[in-house]
Design a protein around this ligand. Structure first.
Ligand code: GUN
Length: 295
């Protein structure tokens, strides 16, 4: 078994981004700027956004975290998004999900200018991704593709099984792996909560991407010998063993599955770090105007 080491790959790619950012800042006369909107007080979301902001600063971006109370109205949030869309000093805008129940995430996603949608969630970016056109690719799937690319894993012709069909990971991941690209060119099965005989489906996978959000959901008996296993899960459990007061678990039973896998991502230290790289790369591209030309 070999480790798909998110720490090593993200550190290298972060250095590349930092170098490019320094050059771009000279040319633009300002730093790339990412705004993240966070609503409410979900512990996980607060941690993720704080990490995104910290990483922005580390590579030389400006970052702004707009943190609103749970009680903000949908109207007020949409008005704020419209204001940011118009602000030429801001290159990228993300709204951390999930949102409180009274705010429609679809409305919010579509309100963001697709040229600033560095999460790649806007239908225009999704459609363009499916067509293999320049676009912003959702950060987690993008990070996974960068990781496969880094280790020069040739996925062409492989059978890929994606577990979980979320808009954020499973669904875009299945599109990317099926695209005529490298990595890509897989025969993809997208499985979900209604899939029958899930174990048999996952056993077919030369590549398995686990994005269900349930601790140790993928067990050794579900995984083919020699499979490449990508664990997207970040399941937090309270723990007295760690300084933070919680411990992270993946969607894959690493201990057992790693005995069968050819390659596997650890949790933590795997996909999570690559998600950040995906977001940073999208923001850099947005500032450069290479995906969509600046007006
Ligand atoms: N919630 C979980 N993952 C993500 C992400 O990549 N972007 C946003 N905006 N919200 C998320």
């Amino acid at each position: 078994m070999k480790l798909l080491d998110g720490k090593e790959v993200s550190a290298k790619l972060k250095e590349d981004i930092k170098r490019e950012t320094a050059e771009l800042t000279q040319t633009l006369g300002r730093k790339p700027h990412l705004v993240a909107i966070l609503v409410g007080n979900d512990g996980g979301s607060e941690t993720y956004v704080a990490s995104k902001m910290r990483n922005c600063e580390q590579v030389g971006f400006d970052s702004t975290n707009l943190h609103y109370e749970d009680s903000i109205t949908e109207e007020a949030l949409l008005a704020k998004i419209a204001e940011i869309n118009q602000d030429d000093s801001i290159d990228g805008l993300i709204v951390q999900l999930p949102l409180p129940k009274h705010i429609d995430p679809e409305k919010v996603t579509e309100a963001i200018d697709y040229k600033k949608d560095v999460d790649g969630f806007h239908p225009i970016n999704l459609g363009r991704m499916q067509r293999n056109l320049p676009c912003f690719i959702p950060a987690t799937p993008y990070g996974i593709m960068l990781m496969l690319e880094h280790y020069q894993i040739n996925t062409s012709g492989m059978k890929a099984v994606v577990v979980g069909r979320s808009n954020i990971v499973g669904s875009p991941m299945s599109i990317l792996l099926a695209r005529n690209s490298n990595p890509g060119n897989c025969t993809v099965t997208l499985t979900h909560s209604r899939t029958q005989n899930l174990k048999e489906e996952v056993l077919q996978g030369d590549i398995v991407v686990a994005a269900i959000g349930r601790k140790n959901f993928v067990t050794a008996e579900m995984v083919k010998e020699g499979a490449i296993v990508i664990d997207v899960g970040i399941n937090r459990e309270n723990s007295s063993e760690t300084k933070s007061g919680f411990k992270l678990y993946g969607d894959v039973d690493f201990e057992e599955v790693s005995k069968k896998a050819s390659w596997i991502t650890p949790v933590p230290g795997g996909v999570g770090l690559m998600t950040i790289i995906g977001l940073l790369k999208n923001t850099l591209e947005a500032a450069k105007g290479t995906v969509y030309r600046k007006a």
